[in-house]
Each structure stands twice: as C-alpha cells, then as structure tokens.
Write a protein that binds this ligand. Sequence first.
Ligand SMILES: Nc1ncnc2c1ncn2[C@@H]1O[C@H](COP(=O)(O)OP(=O)(O)OP(=O)(O)O)[C@@H](O)[C@H]1O
Length: 232
Amino acid sequence: MDPIFSIRHLEFRRGESFSLAIEQIDFQAGQIYLLAGANGAGKSTLLQLLALLIAPDRGEIRFDGNTVKGAAGRHRFRRKITLVDQSPFLFDTTVYNNLAFGLRMRDVNGDLQRRRILKALNSVGLEGFENRRARALSGGESRRVALARALVIRPKVLLLDEPTAGLDDDSLSLFETNLAALSEAGVTVIMSTHDGGQARRLNGKVFRLENGRLTGAVETLSSEYCPMENVL
Ligand SMILES: Nc1ncnc2c1ncn2[C@@H]1O[C@H](COP(=O)(O)OP(=O)(O)OP(=O)(O)O)[C@@H](O)[C@H]1O
C-alpha cells in the first residue's frame, strides 16, 4: 500500500545550533507512530514539518500520493492533517464554539455539527462540558478539549505533540483507547512521547530521534513485549 506520508532527504535548520536531517520515512495509513527522544531532539520540529506549518529547507514531503509544493500545496493538504500542539491554544469562548470553529470552516452546521461535537466531547470524557468556558478549564481538561477539537474534524492524519503529558490515569487510558479506535478507522496517528510504556500499549512503531537525526530502524513493538519500555 502507498504510504500516506513520505519524507525524502529532508533538511530543516533552526538557528545556528539545530538541524533536522532525515533521509527517509514512510508512514502507512492507519498506523500509530511514536516519536521518541530527549528534550530538543527534534520531535516537535518534525511534527510541524509534517503538519505543513513550516517548509523544509531541502527535500520532499509527499502526502497521499502528491508532492507537497510551495505555500499553496501546504495550504491545500493542511485541511486533512491536524496537529495538536504541546500547549494548545483555546479560543476564549465556550468549549462548544472551540469545536465548532473547524466544522464551520468545512460547512458542517446545524444538527450534524451539534451531534459531531457532542460525540467528540463524549469520546474524550468531557460530556456536559459544551457550555463551559474553555479558558477556565484545568490543564488536563484543556488538553482533552484540544484533542476533541482535532477529532471532530476527522483528519486523515492526527499529529500529537506529547498529548498525554499531565493526564491522569483514567484520561490516559481513555485517550489511548481513542487512538486505537482511530487507527482502526484508518486514521494515521503520529505522536511524540516521553512515556516509555505507550508504544507497547498502542502497539505503535517507534522512531527515535537524537540531535535531529534518526537513530536506527523503526522498532515495531508487540503488545506482549516491550524492550523500549524503560528507555524511551
Ligand atoms: N521556534 C524555534 N526557533 C528556534 N529554535 C527552535 C524553535 N523551536 C525549537 N527550536 C530548537 O530546535 C531544537 C529542537 O526542538 P524541538 O522542539 O523540535 O525538540 P523536541 O524533541 O520536541 O523537544 P521536547 O521533548 O523538549 O519537546 C531545540 O534545540 C530547540 O531549542
């Protein structure tokens, strides 16, 4: 099967001291991928490149069979890709309106809009939160709103930057159940994490970054055995 995302000879420099250089990665549809590595290794930078928010200095990104070219290309494909940031920005309005924004842009209105929003809130354990003010939520609740806001638009690719940092055990478990369901529904999930057990629990593939470079091959983890558990 053709990969949903391919990277070839990718290079991106940040200031004097950091550069990301990745020769090749293929991401297959419906898989879960985890980006591992120390602080500053380049995980967020790679996610921003995949989200088509920044352009590489060199190399090629292919999405869904197309080479992404220039600002117009990035803009065109961005609608199918969603990045949930490390510190998600929520609009200063209700939770409902935060989720409705992306749907309105896609002409999803009325009853359908309401049903999809309530379902997305439900799936992150925030039923009943629709009229709450988004800026008055706790850190963990805010992250779950940001995730629901990403889910509600049904992206082909969901990019998550350390999405589970600060979640309590119940929320973490619900979140991981959601990711597994999304992957079964064909959504590609690419997320950075410092949680060593996550790759095993999600049966994900791990790419490890070190100083902007990939170290070694992809590691596929079975659900029974996780050699990476303590070292991610
Ligand atoms: N906007 C920016 N401008 C300049 N340099 C940046 C910027 N964002 C990140 N960097 C630098 O790029 C390098 C890679 O950072 P990045 O955020 O991609 O790492 P990370 O692996 O996601 O780290 P963490 O685990 O701490 O989130 C770091 O040296 C960082 O200081």
